[in-house]
Design a protein around this ligand. Structure first.
Ligand code: BEZ
Length: 387
């Protein structure tokens, strides 16, 4: 090879390397698959608000790329979930998907994400399997597993001297796994579950269940409901007079984002969750101020999870210069990160689920007041995940 040819080859090679490691500055298309109608509509809206707030705080760009949202109302309907996410990926050509709230919907999404290699960030749905047997390099969660707050409340109830509990939930993965987590923490510490009651999702006809609870007189009830269903259950429980004699416990979804509507019916309730009012950290104070300014309402746990979904995406994309296909570098950055969440600092486990404090909260007026740390740095056991 002549000297000039060699020079040209070296120049071309460095040009290619330059391109390969350059910042991607094209728009980043994010599929936002959330419930904007039905019993979980307020949860979907809060997640989007949180996500958008973080993006706005970064000047509209994540990992150097302007964000374009493509939104789908998934209606919390698992039977439509596969079609909905496939449309986002194949028709709309999104770069990644953020969603959803309902565990059944999210499990269908996780299957498609795994099969197609599409980056998926779950900002709520707690289905244990997503960071258990279905775990994958391209699937992350910024919320919780259904097991986490349930397990913490099981331990707490036993500590409070409760011996016999009736559980009640919608009959689908989230409620069943929440009850399973509760049962594990409770029975390990000497408690007994005397009855497990269920009602189909999103049914809110609770009268016969309440009659059964009143007749059985357990020491306490553990309930999983969220959104509009949680409002109805807590109000019906109080209207039946049960809150005066049988304490109602639950994961914090029972009272988060719902207190305005529940009013005095929720007063004094104890719940466990990875967020609370009165956490007194700087990040939360700034987040709340910005959220109230932007949306004229207080944030809830769902808004925090949406905010952190954007934050997690930024950590990954800053490390890959905006390239979603660099999965190993993306993961490496996230596993090393200490994420400064409004809920307190969290890390992401090898199975891609938050390791986080679970707080004991008490409803005082319109607030889920922080009482204590029920479980410090609680990691989901991630049973069946082989990452
Ligand atoms: C779920 O389906 O995983 C879920 C829905 C609402 C609140 C918490 C969990």
């Amino acid at each position: 090879m002549k000297f000039n040819q060699k020079k040209i080859l070296v120049a071309l090679t460095s040009l290619y390397v330059g391109f390969a490691s350059a910042q991607n500055t094209t728009k980043l298309k994010v599929g936002l698959m959330l419930p904007y109608s039905g019993t979980y509509a307020s949860l979907g809206n809060a997640i989007e608000n949180g996500f958008q707030l973080y993006v706005k705080e970064q000047g509209g760009k994540i990992g150097g790329r302007e964000i374009e949202l493509v939104k789908v109302d998934d209606e919390s309907e698992p039977s439509k979930a596969t079609d909905n996410i496939n449309k986002l990926i194949k028709r709309d050509n999104v770069d990644l998907v953020v969603g959803s709230v309902h565990s059944g919907v999210a499990m269908a999404m996780a299957k498609v994400a795994k099969d197609t290699g599409t980056l998926l960030i779950v900002p709520n749905a707690g289905a244990d399997a997503i960071t258990g047997p279905m775990c994958a390099k391209n699937i992350y969660r910024t919320s919780f597993t259904n097991w986490q707050p349930g397990f913490a409340m099981g331990e707490q109830a036993a500590k409070n001297g409760i011996k016999k509990v009736i559980t009640v939930t919608w009959k689908y993965a989230a409620g069943e796994e929440s009850v399973k987590g509760f049962k594990e923490g409770f029975e390990k510490n000497g408690g007994t579950i005397s009855k497990e009651l269920t009602v189909p999702f999103p049914n809110v006809e609770f009268q016969s269940l309440l009659t059964e609870i009143a007749a059985a007189k357990p020491d306490a009830v553990y309930a999983f409901f969220a959104g509009a269903g949680a409002v109805k259950f807590v109000k019906d429980y109080a209207a039946a007079g049960l809150n005066r004699s049988i304490p109602l416990y639950g994961p914090g979804f029972l009272t988060d984002g719902t207190l305005e509507a529940q009013g005095a019916a929720a007063n004094g309730m104890l719940t466990t969750l990875h967020y609370a009012d009165g956490l007194n950290n700087k990040r939360d104070a700034a987040f709340r101020l910005a959220y109230v300014k932007a949306y004229k309402m207080q944030p809830d746990v769902y808004a925090v999870q949406g905010y952190d979904a954007a934050q997690l995406l930024a950590i990954g994309l800053n490390a890959t210069k905006g390239d979603v296909s660099k999965k190993a570098e993306f993961e490496d950055a996230i596993l090393k990160a200490k994420i400064d969440s409004p809920r307190g600092t969290i890390t992401i486990s090898k199975s891609h689920n938050p390791i986080q404090d679970i707080y004991l909260r008490e409803v005082v007026g319109k607030e889920n007041k922080f009482k204590s740390v029920a479980s410090k740095s609680l990691a989901d056991p991630a049973r069946g995940c082989n990452l």
